[in-house]
Design a protein around this ligand. Structure first.
Ligand SMILES: *[C@@H]1O[C@H](CO)[C@@H](O)[C@H](O)[C@H]1NC(C)=O
Ligand SMILES: *[C@@H]1O[C@H](CO)[C@@H](O)[C@H](O)[C@H]1NC(C)=O
Ligand SMILES: *[C@@H]1O[C@H](CO)[C@@H](O)[C@H](O)[C@H]1NC(C)=O
Ligand SMILES: *[C@@H]1O[C@H](CO)[C@@H](O)[C@H](O)[C@H]1NC(C)=O
Ligand SMILES: *[C@@H]1O[C@H](CO)[C@@H](O)[C@H](O)[C@H]1NC(C)=O
Ligand SMILES: [Cu+2]
Length: 422
């Protein structure tokens, strides 16, 4: 006999909050799914990255199981966004796509880069393509979407609309792939299927520039954080994006030698090549399997989760979010404002969203509701602004619409979205 979903979810919430030691080496908690199945989950993040990797796989599997069994239980009811097991989109890790699926993705990105921009050139003269509509929107809103209450939901919606544009405007039939940082931390970025520079990759490293100095983050009253330069530094040399032109920025670009570069507000046309400076050392230091599982298991509320993920400024830790961005390096990879100008951005933010989703599913009702939001509408609340709430609107400007309320962006399967990660 099947329990009504609401009752089953109560049971679920009840069992999740208490941890039972199980007869195994590591402490685990026992959890009951809506369909009555039980499962055990790790509760202490492993420092050994191989063990941490297995823990992450278990947590991701639980998140899938929870969504799948919830959708199964509610399939007969009318859900707000009509998400069912039949139309559920599955976002996958780059390396698990077939070669032709990878090519179909990069082909669609190149298509978006060849389509006319919707942003009026009177507002952003450098926005030359549909792809640039996303870059322009991100530049315009950078100081109101990072270290804010909207950070995760804004980037979830941004990435989802990008995926929709690839599908609806460029004939892509797959879904947004993601970059699993834990995998590239093990293999080295240059050797991964995402960044090996082959024609089935997202293009690879930039041309090697010898003797580059490191980069320096922080300043502006915060302690400086020196980070190493990578193994490239120049224009990318191969793969699908070899001929790509970066049109917008820079706005706040960290350069080797501790320098920074800016071109005003970044809205003017400044055509240049896509540069990368792959830095596996940064990937390993801030975004290994153990960092991810630690973030997921040790963050008890959304404030802790989003601060740990982005890194507390001045703490010396840039979190998995900074770890991914700065390990790509180059231009616009090291520019907080212009970073979506490197197509790899969307694979990185796929993983950011996946990590949030896994964390949300460990306490679904709390973490997809009002208590799943913390922060205000401005970068570290500077200047001070009202708290973000379920009613706060998220607007993607000329990239895509309509503006959505935070309440509709909190779940990947309830509201306008219908996807999971495997
Ligand atoms: C959940 O459903 C999706 C889509 O059918 C499937 O790909 C995935 O393997 C399922 N996950 C689990 C843990 O059953
Ligand atoms: C880049 O442009 C050159 C010259 O037009 C062309 O031969 C080459 O195929 C292009 N490469 C890619 C990956 O698009
Ligand atoms: C993994 O990342 C954490 C920070 O999140 C760091 O303290 C640790 O040293 C890293 N582990 C390895 C093996 O590099
Ligand atoms: C805003 O959020 C903070 C932190 O949760 C809380 O202390 C404060 O009371 C909230 N302000 C308003 C006006 O709700
Ligand atoms: C930039 O953002 C402001 C405020 O959010 C908005 O009014 C303006 O239209 C945006 N400009 C562009 C080009 O998107
Ligand atoms: Cu961003």
């Amino acid at each position: 006999m099947r329990l009504p979903t609401s009752m089953a979810l109560c049971l679920l919430a009840g069992t999740l909050s208490s941890a039972y030691p199980a007869p195994q080496d590591e402490p685990v908690s026992t959890t009951t799914l809506p369909d009555g199945a039980t499962t055990t989950l790790p509760v202490s993040p492993a420092t050994d990255t191989a063990v941490a990797s297995d823990q992450l796989a278990e947590l991701a599997n639980f998140a899938q199981d929870l969504v799948n069994s919830t959708l199964e239980e509610t399939s007969s009811k009318q859900k707000r966004g009509g998400c069912t097991l039949k139309n559920l989109a599955v976002r996958r890790e780059w390396g698990s796509l077939s070669k032709s699926e990878r090519k179909a993705y990069t082909k669609a990105v190149l298509c978006l880069q060849s389509k006319q921009a919707k942003t009026p050139s009177s507002l952003i003269p450098g926005a030359k393509s549909r792809f640039d509509d996303w870059v322009g929107t991100h530049i315009n809103q950078t100081l109101t979407i990072h270290y804010t209450g909207t950070f995760l939901a804004w980037h979830r919606y941004f990435t989802w609309q990008y995926e929709q544009a690839l599908r609806n405007e460029c004939g892509y039939t797959g879904y947004q792939p993601y970059w699993d940082w834990a995998k590239t931390a093990v293999t080295g970025m240059e050797n991964s299927p995402i960044l090996d520079g082959s024609d089935t990759s997202m293009s690879g490293n930039g041309a090697h520039i010898p003797n580059q100095g490191g980069i320096v983050l922080g300043g502006n009253g915060l302690p400086e954080l020196p980070l190493p330069a990578g193994t490239g530094g120049g224009c990318i040399t191969s793969g699908p994006f070899k001929n790509m032109t970066v049109n917008l920025g820079p706005v706040s670009l960290a350069l080797p030698g501790g320098l920074t570069e800016a071109n005003g507000d970044g809205f003017s046309w400044n055509p240049r090549c896509l540069k990368r400076d792959l830095t596996t050392e940064i990937n390993r230091r801030f975004a290994n399997a153990s960092s991810i599982v630690h973030l997921v298991l040790k963050s008890k509320n959304i404030w802790d989760f989003q601060m740990t993920m982005q890194g507390v400024p001045g703490s010396g830790d840039i979190g998995v979010h900074g770890g991914g961005h700065y390990s790509m390096g180059g231009d616009p990879g090291r520019d907080v404002f212009v970073s979506p100008g490197d197509p790899l951005f969307y694979l990185h933010h796929g993983m950011i969203d996946r990590t949030w989703w896994i964390w949300q599913m460990l306490d679904q009702r709390t973490r997809t509701g009002a208590a799943g939001i913390s922060g205000t509408g401005t970068f570290l609340d500077s200047p001070p602004s009202p708290n973000t709430t379920l009613n706060t609107m998220v607007d993607l400007g000329y990239a895509a619409g309509p503006p959505q309320a935070m309440r509709d962006l909190m779940s990947t399967t309830d509201g306008p979205f219908c996807y999971i990660y495997v």
